[in-house]
Structures are given as structure tokens and as C-alpha cells.
Design a binder for this molecule. Structure first.
Ligand code: FAD
Length: 476
């Protein structure tokens, strides 16, 4: 007799209701992680995310060792077949996990759960990834919210329902004999090429570092968050997104830490804005759960007829490589490639550029982000792309076309972000750094730049591209 605790996107010990329930069941607990990417279809983890996952699993294994347990790793073509093998080998009579809300895993779980129950296995799915279950925050008419602000207000009015997080267990009952583990290295999650070399300067995966990062952000960053969050050159955001995505932190734990810090009175603007971002994540999950078709299909149907460019392989590649000739766009795309993450303001700028300046379908951008982001998250990525494309819930209207020069000048006024990620422009004076094509020959020579050679000419004229996008919009 044993309980399998199936780790998925909840790679932590603190505030883990499924783990607590498994321990409370009173049988030995066998923590397992299954690598079955076929179950995830086209949304199998991308390469950057796999890198992060590898390190996060490594850290989880160490944490489990420290409480007398182990992480058993297995792989296979489907989670159901791997679980059945494990049940047979260990004599387990129950499988517990934290619920998934995104397709295709939510559907997979429903079928898998029925099959296990038919096998006579007890199954429990717990809430662990969200503050409120999808379907729990509804309008007065019982519909899901499609506008963020009323969603936020409703959730805030119910914040007292957010329970205190559960503590991390100090020991986990172990079985007499452990089943064999395939081992982390056997999963081949790390890239064979060394493009991820810089990731290690940016990320230390695992719950312990995630908690430290949250703690440091609350102490040093949260008060200035409202103003600093839009400045990509500084470390003004929490960088917790991969930790949320893989569940190294539960949103309830984060909420509680922030609540403890800010006390019972009126919250500061920084604290309130940060909590609102956490709730954007929540909003994205509730939306995707209600509209599982939206990772590749516009939520607003009329956008299905949008007249995208027909041939776009070459411009797409320039965008992916950060060679558009617009410094803020190129800086963002190169940051993404180098460290698997991009600042939120710049995500919006590069997305707008792809969709509106290049008329490339937003789905191409979403797929590229999927492969390159350590925080690639189907709910937040879908919502971010559909928001920019104007086709999502509470989206930015399509006619709001970001100007990459004025966005750069406004949010990176000294050009430090561009200097960091596009070093060939580093010696340009700040008034030219977002528009090198306006520099004189002399200024370019002084900065060591030959346009079209050391740095590209702009691949489109933004003003004309904007007109073209607005014309295209008229067609739908
Ligand atoms: P902070 O500013 O510190 O915010 C704290 C947390 O709130 C984040 O970690 C995240 O969990 C949540 N959050 C913040 N902004 C948003 C938002 N706009 N939507 C949903 N949740 C939010 N976020 C992802 O986690 N994964 C993605 O795949 C993803 N793709 C995106 C694609 C596009 C085109 C856009 C415009 C945004 C995308 N985002 C995505 C949202 C956002 O850019 C990131 O969550 C944020 O930049 C992560 O950095 P941070 O942890 O420092 O955020």
C-alpha cells in the first residue's frame, strides 16, 4: 500500500495541498514526476522551459531527500501507462495531484482519472496552482468575466477566503522499497547546443531560491514596483514568472507573504499593483479554462478573417533573431534568446511589431515565445498575444499600434536596455539610440556603426506599416 504523489506544475513542498493530503492518508508516499511530452501535443514544453524544468526537478529532488523522501522520475508515451506501471510495481492504491487547467492536460487528466478509478485506484485532484478555481469568480449573471477590472474587484472582495498557506512537511513517510527512477539525466531536458549558457547567470531554479527572490523583492522592490515595472533597463519586477509556472511558489503563498508584509490597513500603490499582476495571471487561467480553443484561435471570431501577410518566413526570422533595425525590438528579442525571459513592457512592444508592423499572425509569435521562454505558460502567453492582437478578452484595441521609437524613448530613456542587449549600438548618444537611422554619417562613424552592415536598416517604415495595418483592420 502506498500513495503516489504525482508532481506536475507544483514543484515545491510548501503550501502543497495534494502532498499534505497524501501524507494524511497514512500510507507511505512516493513522489513521482512523469515526462510524457506526447500528452501535451503541440504544447509540449519548449526548449527554454525544459532547461528550467531540469534544474527545478533537480532542486525538488534535493528537497525531498532532506525530508527522508525521494523523487522518482519516469518517462513514457502517456502518463496513464506510466502510472499504471508504477501502481503495479509499488502496490499503490491512490494517486494524488494538483489540478491542471490548461488544454490539453485538463482533458487528459479527466480521461486518466476515470481510467484509474476504473482500475480501483483512489484519485484526488487538489487546487494548488490558483487562488480561486475557474468558475469560482463569476459575474452576477453567472458568466465568466471578459473584462479584467471587474474580475479583479470581485476577487478582491473575496480575498478573505484565501486561506493561509500550508507549511512544508518536515518528513514524508517513505516506502520500504523505492521503485526505480529513470533519473533526471535520462530525460535529456538540457539543450545539446550551448545557447542556454547565459541562463545560469539569470536563474537559480527551485523553491528555496524562489522564496528568497520573493522575500528580496518584497523588501527591496515592491514599493517602487508601480513605477519601476515599466523600465526594462532595471531589475524592477519580481522575475517570479517561471517560479509561478512550475509551481515552485503557490499564488496563495505569495499572496500571504505580501499580505503579511503590508499589514491590515490600506495597501501601498506598489503592493496593490503587484497583487493586480498576480490576478492577471489568475484572469488568464480562468479565461483559457472557459475557452480552451484560444491558444491558436482568436477569442473574437471576426479576427479569424484578418488579412495577414501571405509570405513571411524571412521577416519572421529577422524578428526572431532581433535584426529588425528597431533597437528596442531587437533588444527584447535578443534578451529572450539569451536568458529565456523578456521584460513585460518589451513583450508588448515586440508583439505589436510582429502583428502590426509586419502583419505576421500572432500565433507565430506565441509559438516562438513558447519555445524560448523559461516561463512559457499557455494561459499567460495566450492572453498576452491575444491582448496585443486585439482579439482577446479586454484586449488592447488593434488600432493602438505601438511606435517602437517613442516606446523606447519613453521606457528606456537613456538607452541602457538597448546598450545591454544590442551592444553594437552602445556608443550612440541617447537621443539617437532608438533611431540610429537619424544619425549623421559622422555620428555613426564615431559610434563604430555602419547601417546595413554592423546593424540593420529598419526593415519597415513604421509610419507606413501602421497605415497598412489600419487598412488591413478595415477589411474585417
Ligand atoms: P512581475 O511584473 O513581477 O509580475 C508578477 C507575476 O504576475 C508574474 O510573475 C506573472 O505570474 C504575473 N503577471 C504579470 N504580468 C502578467 C500578465 N500581463 N499576464 C499574466 N500574468 C502576469 N507571462 C508568463 O508567465 N508566461 C508567458 O508565457 C507569458 N507570455 C506573454 C506574452 C506576451 C505577448 C505578453 C505581452 C505577456 C506575456 N506574459 C507571460 C506576461 C508577463 O509579461 C510576464 O508574466 C512577466 O513579464 C513576468 O515577469 P515578472 O515575473 O518579473 O513579472
Amino acid at each position: 500500500m502506498a500513495t503516489l504523489l504525482w508532481y506536475r506544475k507544483d514543484l515545491r513542498l510548501t503550501d502543497h495541498p495534494a502532498l499534505h493530503a497524501a501524507i494524511d492518508r497514512g500510507e507511505p508516499v512516493i513522489p513521482v514526476f512523469l515526462w510524457t511530452p506526447d500528452d501535451e501535443g503541440e504544447w509540449a514544453p519548449g526548449e527554454a522551459h525544459q532547461w528550467y524544468l531540469h534544474h527545478s526537478l533537480d532542486a525538488l529532488g534535493e528537497q525531498l531527500d532532506a525530508v527522508g523522501s525521494k523523487l522518482i522520475i519516469r518517462q513514457g508515451s502517456s502518463a496513464l501507462s506510466v502510472l499504471r506501471d508504477l501502481v503495479e510495481e509499488t502496490g499503490a492504491t491512490a494517486v494524488y495531484w494538483s489540478r491542471h487547467y490548461t488544454p490539453p492536460l485538463s482533458e487528459r487528466d479527466a480521461t486518466l482519472s476515470d481510467a484509474l478509478i476504473e482500475d480501483g485506484i483512489e484519485v484526488q485532484a487538489h487546487k494548488g496552482q490558483l487562488l480561486f478555481e475557474p468558475g469560482d469568480i463569476l459575474t452576477g449573471n453567472g458568466d465568466i468575466y471578459k473584462v479584467y477590472t471587474p474580475f479583479w474587484k470581485k476577487l478582491k472582495s473575496r480575498q478573505d477566503e484565501i486561506a493561509d498557506p500550508l507549511p512544508s512537511p518536515t518528513s514524508i513517510p517513505a516506502p520500504g522499497t523505492w521503485p526505480e527512477s529513470a533519473g533526471l539525466a535520462g530525460l535529456d531536458l538540457l539543450p545539446t547546443k550551448d545557447w542556454a549558457a547565459q541562463f545560469t547567470d539569470y536563474w537559480i531554479a527551485g523553491e528555496s531560491d524562489a522564496q528568497d527572490r520573493l522575500d528580496a523583492f518584497i523588501r527591496n522592490g515592491i514599493e517602487a514596483y508601480e513605477t519601476d515595472r515599466d523600465k526594462p533597463a532595471i531589475d524592477g519586477t519580481s522575475r517570479l514568472s517561471p517560479r509561478f509556472h512550475l509551481g515552485e511558489l503557490s499564488p496563495r503563498y505569495v499572496w500571504d507573504q505580501v499580505r503579511t508584509y503590508s499589514g491590515p490597513g490600506q495597501r501601498s500603490k506598489g503592493v496593490e499593483t503587484f497583487l493586480k499582476e498576480i490576478v492577471w495571471r489568475e484572469f488568464s487561467y480562468h479565461l483559457l479554462y472557459a475557452h480552451p480553443e484560444t491558444p491558436l484561435k482568436p477569442l473574437k471570431e471576426k479576427y479569424e478573417a484578418f488579412p495577414w501577410a501571405e509570405e513571411y518566413d524571412a521577416p519572421l526570422e529577422r524578428w526572431q533573431r532581433g535584426e529588425t533595425g528597431y533597437p528596442i525590438v531587437d533588444a527584447g528579442m535578443r534578451q529572450l534568446w539569451a536568458v529565456g525571459w523578456m521584460h513585460n513592457r518589451v513583450r508588448m512592444i515586440v508583439a505589436s511589431f510582429l502583428i502590426k508592423d509586419l502583419l505576421i499572425p500572432w500565433q507565430e509569435g506565441a509559438l516562438w515565445f513558447w519555445d524560448c521562454l523559461v516561463d512559457a505558460d499557455l494561459a499567460s502567453n495566450t492572453q498576452g498575444w491575444q491582448w496585443t492582437a486585439g482579439s482577446g478578452a479586454d484586449a488592447s484595441p488593434f488600432f493602438r499600434v505601438f511606435n517602437p521609437v517613442s516606446q523606447g524613448e519613453r521606457y528606456d530613456p537613456n538607452g541602457d536596455y538597448v546598450r545591454e542587449w544590442v551592444p553594437e549600438l552602445a556608443d550612440l548618444p541617447k537621443k539617437l539610440i532608438h533611431k540610429p537611422w537619424e544619425a549623421t554619417d559622422r555620428q555613426l562613424a564615431d559610434a563604430g556603426i555602419t547601417l546595413g552592415d554592423t546593424y540593420p536598416e529598419p526593415m519597415v517604415n513604421h509610419a507606413k506599416a501602421r497605415e497598412r495595418a489600419l487598412e488591413a483592420l478595415k477589411q474585417i
